[in-house]
Design a protein around this ligand. Structure first.
Ligand SMILES: C[S@@+](CC[C@H](N)C(=O)[O-])C[C@H]1O[C@@H](n2cnc3c(N)ncnc32)[C@H](O)[C@@H]1O
Length: 373
């Protein structure tokens, strides 16, 4: 099926893709272009799926897809991209949970007292506690919706976020945030969780396209790929950029909501970006291309968006081409070009200004001709 770029879809049909921001997400146009270039594709894979942009492009194109990510925040957001539920079902579940009485443990400390009004925090804690034990599609959608409204700016009209003033892309560090709120006398105000959920869910789901099946796995991509039974003919992905921080700590509040500790975690275990040196990084990527090839049909297309920070003093093109060569898995490089800038959307890395502004990004396209050795 040929698919056109985002401009040809009504804005409403694209809203679910923006359910929650995530670091270094690529624009929807990138996987949509790849779907157009591979009109006979039947099943799509993204072994570093992040918030599931590739999966959402597949859904728009009417195709099933599989995503893998090692970060639970990414997986929770990506799961929503494959889920088909009505706004009413999500609101019903939220209401049910909230009317069942308070559950869980309210985290202690100044940050929590300043970030959320007391009753709002008790609602968030109750939703968190109940959702930790629920695995239905409706729960998956409610979880992702809550990740998207957990923190963000305060506005003058109806509130869109549950927190005191905060960025929506990342959660501020507690000491900094408390200082900021105190200095401005910004007390948190009561924001009823159910109202925010109901407004958000209606907007996100009203015109979402039909879900097409597939699955999101939490885990390391090489290990997970080994266990997959089905095969793919299109892979669209973007590994962590070389030299870039992983931003796991910036997502600490969302990680807490998914069961993590109520403070900033500093570990980012399993993250490919944390390899000790370039050789190890190239080998780790090579292992992913090899494991991917084993799960693909001959003639499959692999599209990689990749970049490196100038401070990492490396050429991203050399790095990714070496990783494909080192894989020796049958991937033949067809094209290397600078990453296209979509007219409407910012480039992937620029969405997180501090690291992104000077990033070199490339797209590498390969085809599976031959088998892994
Ligand atoms: C550049 S981001 C992908 C963003 C994605 N294209 C999107 O639109 O959201 C790279 C992702 O790779 C994940 N990752 C890093 N190491 C991994 C590993 N060993 N296995 C699976 N995923 C990994 C990170 O958690 C991150 O979400």
């Amino acid at each position: 099926m040929a698919v056109a770029a985002t401009q040809t879809w009504p804005e409403d049909a694209l809203r679910l893709n923006a359910i929650c921001p995530y670091y270094t997400m690529f624009p929807l146009d990138f996987p949509l272009q790849q779907l157009s270039a591979k009109p006979d594709a039947t099943r799509i894979l993204d072994p570093f799926c992040g918030r599931g942009t590739t999966l959402y492009a597949a859904r728009l194109a009417g195709l099933p897809s599989v995503g893998i990510d090692i970060n639970p925040v990414a997986v929770a957001i990506a799961q929503a991209k494959l889920t088909q539920v009505t706004p009413a079902a999500v609101v019903r579940l939220a209401r049910q949970i909230l009317s069942s009485g308070f559950q869980g443990e309210v985290p202690e400390g100044e940050f929590w007292q300043w970030c959320y009004e007391g009753e709002t925090l008790r609602e968030i804690v109750t939703l968190r506690e109940k959702l930790l034990a629920l695995n239905t599609p409706t729960a998956a959608m409610l979880r992702a919706v809550l990740l998207g409204v957990l923190h963000g700016p305060r506005n003058k009209r109806l509130p869109s976020y549950l927190s005191n003033q905060m960025p929506r892309t990342y959660a501020s560090k507690p000491a900094y945030a408390v200082k900021f709120w105190k200095a401005r006398g910004m007390e948190p105000v009561r924001i009823p969780a159910l109202d925010v959920i109901a407004r958000r869910v209606d907007r996100l789901l009203k015109s979402a396209p039909l879900a097409q099946g597939g699955r999101v796995y939490l885990g390391d991509s090489v290990e997970t790929l080994r266990g997959l039974g089905r095969k793919f003919d299109l892979v669209v992905t973007s590994p962590p950029y070389y030299g870039m921080r992983t931003y796991v700590a910036d997502q600490w509040l969302r990680s807490w909501f998914l069961g993590g500790p109520p403070e900033v975690p500093y570990s980012s275990s399993g993250q490919i970006a944390r390899q000790p040196n370039q050789e190890a990084f190239i080998q780790a990527l090579a292992d992913v291309w090899d494991a991917t090839a084993r799960r693909c049909y001959q003639g499959a297309r692999l599209a990689i968006r990749f970049g490196a920070l100038p401070s990492a003093r490396t050429d991203p093109e050399r790095l990714v081409l070496n990783s494909i060569r080192q894989a020796g898995a049958g991937w033949t490089v067809k094209e290397v070009r600078p990453a296209g800038t979509s007219p409407k959307r910012a480039r992937q890395a620029e969405q997180f200004g501090k690291a992104g502004s000077a990033i070199d990004e490339i797209d590498v396209i390969a085809e599976l001709i031959g088998s892994p050795s």
